[in-house]
Design a protein around this ligand. Sequence first.
Ligand code: ADP
Ligand code: MG
Length: 591
Amino acid sequence: MRAAKLRGNQQLLRQRLESLEGRSYREYKSLKGLYEFSEFELSIDYVQGDPFASPSRIRVWISQQVAEFPTHWLIDYAAQIAIADYLTRQVAQVAQVLAPKSGSGKSGEIAIAPTSQAILRRTAIWITTEGIEARLTVGLPAWGRRIAGNAAAKLLCEIIPQLVSQGLKYKSLEAKALTRHVQTFQDAEALRSQLEPNGLVAFIAAGACLPRRSGVDERSLTQDADPFVLPIESLSSEPQTDSCITLQTPHSGPVKGLGIPAGVTLIVGGGYHGKSTLLKAIEQGIYNHVPGDGREQVVTHSAAVKLRAEDGRSVVGVDISSVIDHLPKGRRSDWFTTTNASGSTSQAAGLVEAIAAGAKVILIDEDTAATNFMIRDRNMQTLIAKEKEPITPFVDKVRQLYEDYDISTILVMGGSGDYFSVADTVIAMEDYQPRMVTQRAKAIAQADPMQRRTEGGQGFGKINQRAILPESIPSGKADRLPKIKVHRHGLMLGYEPIDLSAIEQIAETNQVRAIAQAMLYAQRYYFDEKTSLGQILDSVMSDIARGGLDSLATGLSPDRPIMSGDLAEFRRFELAAAINRLRTLKVGSIS
Ligand code: ADP
Ligand code: MG
């Protein structure tokens, strides 16, 4: 907060605003700077040029002498994240009551970056033992194109103090709800940390509510949702002991659930019986969820990556020869490049890219996979000779992936039994309830007289590392940074659109914005002909771990960093996915 220039106190700001009544809107610009209020500091960082432009940005800093959060809560990093997340939601609610959207544009509105079901570290609010910083946007009030100075004075000098008081002081919060938020987060962290020691890649607690309200509403389905139950053995009604596991949590004690072991796991079952819903919950188990979400105790290995077919995407210089070789017309598969991938080649490229980025678990749903990438049955093997089929189906690669690279796979596959023989674990979903059917599936596979020939060859094959060249991202006008625009399913870097609609593990738009900044940051500091994408990801992620998400802005414009409140933490995999989808990507090979 110290960065901004001190301009005066609350009274001065009020007088200044009142004196601007009726003046040209642009004169709001003169307000930039820091103001001391009785209980906090207000920094006006960016002033919008007109009433319809994106709103102005302000920051509020309140010390712990005033906020009064119990110190013992704040020494824990996990608790800091959870409290900041809670406060962000609290401020959003209070702001909606105190300063709702009214009139034209965003005039008179106070807002904080919108959240999702995930508890994430964001730049909207950060809390330490010293104090709390909150970053908000305000639509500075206008009459047409004139300043509504009295309304602005009320907004900044009366409503903001109320917002601070009701939204950021410990005394005004519901202690129980806050405690639950923090404890839910800490429990989920504890559960996830027990996955690897127990040989698991995912855990679904009994009682979890997995279905969502709708395809566009990530909140928990409340009516007619069947809670997740412990799996039973296919032929008995007793809970199956080796898949039911008890993990420990600091606040809820022992928690029983289904543990999905490392290796190859198959989720089978009839249509509409809850297979995809289970996989989706696993996919999102990389995040900790808010109380009431239903998936608070569903946790997944943090390097689990959802993979799907994405025909039409661009691919640059990816060695997909381990799964697709001998492309027609002599097209190279060890340096596969296309502006318009097919279903199977997009999925192959996605797989190799995920491995190169360090994925440890691959998640695939038949609903969104390319059939010819996944399977090739006996009859088709007979009709089309191996030499005429470039694709080695994933069924012949999935075990090698585990054995050679220690990468597990969880697969939803209701339509083909070909995976029975390569799976370590088979879970059948029936009426939304899991059953363990591994033994039966194995027996069926062994008894099959028409077994298919395996085509996988000796091993999975090598994964190439590519250097990312600096010219991959075109610079903006007059060599300035390209403008960033984001939405939930993609972004624009200057005039370059990047489609992220197939990246299903992005939880909220704040992450997309942070990814966009991270791409520009990576370009400035790490893109060159010698550094692999894997190393670039290491460097960017460790810079963020050390300096926070703000280090992106500081790195991009050291003189005038924009301290925006709408960034959220993201994983290396989603950053890699965005870089790999740049249509202007230029890569070099690294030997
Ligand atoms: P599948 O992939 O097996 O075809 P889905 O997972 O898509 O099935 O689920 C089918 C429907 O059932 C979806 O609308 C989903 O929301 C709903 N559903 C899934 N699990 C449950 C559950 N435990 N309770 C209630 N509804 C559920
Ligand atoms: Mg499905």
